[in-house]
Write a protein that binds this ligand. Structure first.
Ligand code: NDP
Ligand code: 8X3
Length: 254
């Protein structure tokens, strides 16, 4: 297993949910962590919680390609050699059918989940190639493989992430660089509150009577993938809570 103490881990969307839990998991194990998100107060609070000089924090909107590039180019020397990029920043907006969906929501999901993830990868990957070591861990989703009503563009962004991850593997072949697409199902974070635009009641209902996965479950899986011996690559990891499974295909009878 790799010793996390030797890793510098760059986590996008660290102000909440999976990203915050992942940053904490690596920091607890002695890694250096680079944390960012749009909400400055959250990022500052996480920085204070982690404490010490092994955390570097700043605000970053991954939709802004120039800001992503500047943030990566401007990393202090102690954090500049990123070993693990956790492309976690992302969101779902809305759960309505495609025919009534808000086009602006679709834009935001594409700009964040697809373009933001691509910008971060493109900014950090050349350094990994030059050092001949690194690991990109992308937050895909079960929604990138299995369709469900209302997932329309959200699921499609995660299908992009899955294929981009596999294609990255093809491109970095011959270098000691790993790429993993993590594809979780239901996990309780701020995800549903964001999806339902601040409607806490509706968000809570998603998890009513179910034991969903937690951000810590996801963080532990990311940590596992990242600390496996350097010659082992987990290409895709699908995970869901025990109380979530698959239903039959639907048939409309007339
Ligand atoms: P949260 O809403 O709790 O966290 C999402 C994080 O993404 C926040 O820190 C948010 O920070 C950040 N973010 C959103 N937009 C941007 C942006 N433009 N620039 C930078 N950061 C951004 O949700 P989760 O932790 O659940 O989600 C994390 C990832 O996991 C997402 O990609 C999501 O699609 C995926 N996922 C979630 C599942 C779930 O059931 N929860 C299951 C499968 C995948 P801020 O608002 O401060 O910018
Ligand atoms: C989030 C999981 O099943 O709500 O990616 O789409 S799901």
């Amino acid at each position: 297993m790799l010793d996390a103490k030797n890793l510098t881990v760059f986590v996008t969307g660290a102000s909440s949910g999976f990203g915050a839990a992942t940053a904490k998991r690596f920091a607890q194990a002695g890694a250096k962590v680079v944390i960012s998100g749009r909400r400055a107060d959250r990022i500052e609070a996480l920085k204070a919680e982690i404490g010490g000089d092994r955390v570097h924090a700043f605000t970053l909107d991954v939709q802004d390609a120039a800001a992503v590039k500047a943030a990566v180019d401007g990393l202090p020397a102690a954090f500049a050699e990123v070993d693990v990029l956790v492309n976690n920043a992302g969101l779902a907006l809305g759960l309505g059918p495609a025919q009534t969906a808000d086009l602006a929501d679709w834009d935001t999901m594409i700009d964040t989940n697809v373009k933001g993830l691509v910008y971060c990868t493109r900014a950090i990957l050349p350094g990994m190639v030059a050092r001949d070591r690194g690991h990109i861990i992308n937050l895909g989703s079960m929604a990138g493989t299995y369709p469900y009503p209302g997932a329309n563009v959200y699921g499609a962004t995660k299908a992009f992430v899955k294929q981009f991850s596999l294609n990255l593997r093809a491109d970095v072949h011959g270098h000691r660089i790993r790429v993993t697409n993590l594809e979780p199902g239901m996990a309780e974070s701020e995800f549903s509150e964001v999806r339902f635009k601040g409607d806490k009641g509706k968000a809570k209902d998603v998890y009513k009577g179910v034991q969903p996965m937690t951000p810590e479950d996801i963080a532990e899986t990311i940590f596992f993938a990242a600390t496996l011996p350097a010659h082992v690559n987990l290409n895709r990891i699908e995970m869901m809570p025990v109380m979530q499974a698959f239903g039959p295909l639907v048939i409309k009878r007339e």
